[in-house]
Design a binder for this molecule. Sequence first.
Ligand SMILES: CC(C)(COP(=O)(O)OP(=O)(O)OC[C@H]1O[C@@H](n2cnc3c(N)ncnc32)[C@H](O)[C@@H]1OP(=O)(O)O)[C@@H](O)C(=O)NCCC(=O)NCCS
Length: 159
Amino acid sequence: MLIRRETPADISSIRDVTNLAFKDGPEAPLIDWLRADEGWIPELSLVEDGVLGHVVCTRGYVGDVPALGLGPIAVHPSHQRAGIGSALMHAVLGAAEARGERGVILLGDPGYYARFGFRLASEFGITPPDPAWAPHFQARLFGDVPAGAFRYAEPFNRL
Ligand SMILES: CC(C)(COP(=O)(O)OP(=O)(O)OC[C@H]1O[C@@H](n2cnc3c(N)ncnc32)[C@H](O)[C@@H]1OP(=O)(O)O)[C@@H](O)C(=O)NCCC(=O)NCCS
C-alpha cells in the first residue's frame, strides 16, 4: 500500500471518499474550509494512492502551544478493515513527529486509536472545547505540551 501527500488532482476524490465514509456529513466541507485556512499544513494531508482513504492534521493549540488536530480521517466503506486507516495513521503520525510537532489531538473511539499510542487527553490535563467530549478526546504527545485547553483550527468552529 502506498501513502502519499494529496495533490490538487485528488481534491474531488477526497471529497467523495469522505462523503461516503461519513454519509454526507459536514466532514467533506470541513476539509475544503481547512484547505483555505491558515491552519492547513500541506505535508500533513495524506491519501492512499488510489484515494480510497484520506487523513489530515491541521494547526491547533493547547493554550498558546502549537499542536495538531487530527481529522477527519476516512476510508471508503467498501475498503474498510483492510489496513488503509492504520497505514494513514502511521504515516501522518510519523510525518508529524518528523517535522518537530509536539503532539496530536483527536476526537474518536479510544478502542481504535489506543493502538496508535493515543491516550485520553485528560491524562495530560488537555481539555476539549466541549467538556462532553472528554471520554473520546485523545492525545499522542511527542514533546512537552503543558496542560491546557485545546483549540482546533478555526473552521472546526463552523460545525
Ligand atoms: C475509522 C476508519 C478510518 C478506520 O479505517 P480502516 O481502514 O477501516 O481501519 P483499519 O483497516 O486500519 O483497521 C481496522 C481495525 O480497526 C478496528 N476498528 C475500525 N473502526 C473502529 C472503531 N470505531 N472502534 C474500534 N475499532 C475499530 C477494526 O475492528 C479493525 O480491527 P481488526 O483488524 O482487529 O478487526 C474507517 O473505518 C472509516 O472511515 N470510518 C468512517 C469514518 C470515521 O468514523 N472516521 C473516524 C472518525 S474519528
